[in-house]
Design a protein around this ligand. Sequence first.
Ligand code: HEM
Length: 238
Amino acid sequence: MNQSGDFVDVLLSLQGSERLSENDMIAVLWEMIFRGTDTVTILVEWILARMTLHPDIQSKVQVEIDRIVGQSRTMTESDVSKMIYLPAVIKEVLRLHPPGPLLSWARLAITDTTIDGYQVPAGTTAMVNMWAITRDADVWADPLMFKPERFLNEAHSDMDFSVLGSDMRLAPFGSGRRSCPGKTLGLTTVTYWVATLLHEFKFGPSSNVDLSEVLKLSCEMAHPLKVKIRSRRAPKTN
Ligand code: HEM
């Protein structure tokens, strides 16, 4: 495959036992579009809503970005890996506004089983309510407060955990065999785009930021975010 090939080229280049039927290729591509576009867009919108609502936190992110990137050039993907505060902000948004609040798909118990003392008969359909776990006062201090610092508190090192499925306090991509296969791509894409937008622009409200939710395919803002943006980077003089 040549260097400029894309994901479809990779699928078409698979040979032997790895080769997929045309129907399977269509299914893989359809899943990527169906599951991977609205989640990413909606998460970016929630993050920008929170940045608009909390200008002090927006400024802290921009201070971090300016320290790493400066004002004279554009953001690159390698800059993002040096950030500490922005990932904490994104974790806090995933906690309060997970695009997949019910871990999406139901699980079917195929045998009688017991979970945490509860008997679950075979044939039971179960869903994990991540939305409720991330707002549970037994799990989180001040659960309704937007506080990215909670993930950076050195006195609570147990808060420095991955959100990719190893800790059920916050598993916005699910956990286990059926967790989101696009989680790393999704998180990397969102972090890069938000970093780029906050590097280039300052976000302010153009009307009341309403955090009401509506559950469609993903959990969206019921009233789409409207903002005023102002360019932050000085135009090039030479
Ligand atoms: C920030 C962005 C994303 C979030 C928050 C997210 C969240 C989720 C969640 C909660 C699930 C269900 C896990 C479960 O039921 O336990 C899921 C499944 C899935 N996601 Fe994502 N996702 C994101 C991005 C993506 C991307 C970029 C792709 C593909 C390129 C993708 C493809 C899928 C697929 C195919 C499934 C179904 C997996 C299965 O049923 O085995 N997602 N996602």
